[in-house]
Design a protein around this ligand. Structure first.
Ligand code: ATP
Length: 594
């Protein structure tokens, strides 16, 4: 296929907003592709060159692409830049600049979809000295061959701003339209199941083009390719969990950390993937180092939660600690020492080269315990098989007092296979926040408001809430709340807030947020939330628990109670909030009953 046809289809897709129409257009486009072109097109439609988990990036910033475009269109860089600013999109500027030139500037053959894909891929492999110049050259060559519409899409692709709005799931729909035959619904399910294990749309597209649906049987879990994680449903009480699970179930601690899928090869190479399948290996060198020695057999693929711990006492540390290590590129070894972590394993997905995805959970867990040697860095998720509500309740309380956020119940049935990418009742989570462990409500002051959207557009729809700090005589923010308000409450607040609006942030308010409306701190609302957590963005109690962190109320909700009996200085104080935080985190059992 010529790249021109692909770019024209992209142009049309970018103008459609209805998912069904996008799907139809995609099916039409994909139908015309051959086996080699299919993966390239599937990646490029998502603005990628490889599956996302490989983390391949073009690394072509605005400046580089602008230079290449100037070269390709024989334009003045400064003049071109002005057009980019005026048009607000370098793609449009490329279209314009290319339109001004004669149609065949180079006399070279038209771009093909595969040729373009290969040239773009070549850019990602350029590194070392002089790499900027080489990248500019490859880009300029491509753009010089491109027609206006091709240039527009190429530039957007290079900048990572494709804006097609094509979701993975819509691409799966389109593939099912093509390969579904008489039963597109069944085909859709089969394709999604295969994709959940492969995580690589290019692979799925290529297999389908080669051998139709039956070729998908070749998809299997293997080292270095993360599978999409199985997810848990939720229930409101442990009794309800039992109702779903039957007579007996396993309960595991629900650790509050980062979910990690660890791939350890026969030659001891390790890859760590996040819940969103990003490669975390470099960010956790300590875990990667400990893993190969933690197993009696290799290769394995295991899953667990990576949690910050005090290695001396074994105590779990707050989740916020680990977020300091995530996404980091520098100081990795130092951070590994500063924030030690332990991986609590809860599943075994591959043993030897054998997939355990269709093996029931009890057997997977037994196998996990057989192959793993526990150590300082690698342990098992604490687990108990329970058959009545009181024992489940006792285990749940233990989980909370050990610093976990709740429990995950796991089915012991013969059907309890590992359903990649699926949220279902084979796993059910039950968290502290579903009980009202943060039993105390919090009275906070409105310091700002945000305009409502949609049905709420005539009122303010969310409010910036603060606690009082008597030591510093200021109000520092705790959360933004937009839940729990009925229309009458919003109407009432809108009227009250407009009356106390001020043109700029009151000096007594301490925040990094900028709401649509600032108000004089006067109105106190009663809030309930899941818990208080350390926050890098909210300023309440800033530095009182940890340097650089304030407190935030997670999942805040208005209880419906306007605390008219309280003035702003009667709201809860930051010190009280520190008390709530300390009580909730680890002293749950010790908390006196009212
Ligand atoms: P949440 O915000 O509640 O963690 P989630 O959408 O990330 O939800 P769910 O599948 O709904 O994920 O809840 C299970 C999550 O709990 C897993 O993604 C995992 O990160 C974490 N977890 C902690 N301990 C366990 C465990 N023993 N078994 C399974 N998951 C666990």
């Amino acid at each position: 296929m010529r790249y021109l046809e692909f770019a024209e289809a992209c142009e049309q897709i970018s103008e459609i907003s209805k998912r069904l129409e996008i799907r139809a257009k995609l099916s039409e486009l994909l139908r015309q592709l051959n086996r080699e072109e299919m993966p390239a097109a599937l990646y490029m439609l998502q603005g990628q060159l490889r599956p996302e988990y490989e983390g391949v990036e073009l690394g072509a910033g605005d400046a580089l692409v602008l230079k290449a475009l100037a070269l390709a269109t024989v334009s003045e860089e400064t003049a071109l830049k002005q057009r980019v600013v005026a048009l607000g999109d370098m793609g449009e500027a490329a279209f314009e600049a290319r339109s001004k030139m004669s149609t065949e500037p180079t006399g070279k053959p038209a771009l093909s979809i595969l040729g373009t894909y290969e040239a773009l891929s070549a850019i990602t492999r350029i590194s070392g000295e002089g790499s900027q110049e080489s990248k500019i050259k490859v880009m300029a060559d491509l753009l010089a061959q491109a027609s206006p519409i091709e240039a527009k899409h190429l530039v957007r692709f290079l900048l990572g701003k494709l804006r097609l709005g094509v979701k993975e799931m819509t691409l799966l729909d389109a593939l099912a339209d093509i390969h579904g035959g008489t039963d597109p619904k069944a085909a859709r399910i089969a394709i999604e199941e295969a994709f959940n294990v492969s995580s690589d749309l290019g692979e799925i597209g290529s297999l389908l083009s080669q051998g139709g649906l039956s070729a998908l049987q070749r998809v299997s879990i293997r080292w270095g390719k993360p599978i999409r994680p199985m997810l848990a449903e939720r229930e409101r009480s442990l009794a309800d969990v039992f109702e779903r699970m039957g007579k007996e179930m396993a309960l595991e601690y629900k650790y509050d950390g980062l979910r990690v899928q660890a791939h350890v090869s026969a030659d001891r190479s390790v890859k760590l993937f996040s819940r969103r399948l990003e490669d975390l290996s470099a960010q956790f060198p300590d875990v990667a180092k400990a893993l190969p020695d933690a197993f009696r057999e290799l290769p394995v693929i295991v899953e667990g939660e990576c949690v910050p711990v005090d290695l001396e006492t074994g105590e779990l540390r707050p989740f916020q600690d680990i977020s300091r290590r995530r996404g980091r590129k520098y100081d990795l070894e130092r951070m590994a020492e500063e924030v030690p972590v332990r991986l609590f394993l809860f599943d075994l997905l591959m043993r030897g080269e054998v997939s355990l995805l269709n093996t029931p959970y009890p057997e997977r867990r037994t196998a996990l315990e057989t192959v793993t040697k526990r150590g300082e860095r690698i342990d098992f998720a604490t687990r108990e098989v329970v058959s009545d509500v009181p024992s489940a309740e006792a285990f749940f309380q233990r989980a909370l007092s050990d610093g976990c956020e709740g429990v995950v119940a796991k089915s012991l049935s013969a059907e309890s296979r590992y359903k990649a990418g699926g949220r279902g009742f084979l796993w059910i989570k039950y968290k502290r926040e579903y009980t009202t462990e943060l039993g105390d409500t919090i009275d906070a002051v409105i310091v700002g408001a945000y305009r409502g959207r949609g049905k709420r557009s005539q009122w303010y729809g969310a409010f910036l809430m603060a606690l009082y700090d008597p030591d510093r005589e200021c109000f520092s923010t705790l959360c933004k709340v937009g839940t729990g308000f009925d229309e009458a409450a919003l109407a009432r607040l809108t009227e009250q807030l407009d009356r106390i609006a001020v043109p700029q942030k009151p000096a007594s308010v301490e925040t990094t947020f900028t709401p649509d409306l600032w108000v004089d701190p006067q109105i106190v609302l009663e809030l309930r939330g899941a818990e208080l957590s350390l926050s890098p963005v909210h300023s309440a109690a800033s530095g009182l628990i940890r340097e650089g962190y304030g407190l935030a109320l997670r999942f805040p909700r208005f209880t419906g109670k306007f605390r008219e009996d309280k003035g702003a200085a009667d709201a809860n104080t930051v010190r009280e909030a520190v008390g709530f935080y300390n009580r909730q985190v680890r002293h749950v059992e010790a908390e006196p009953k009212p």
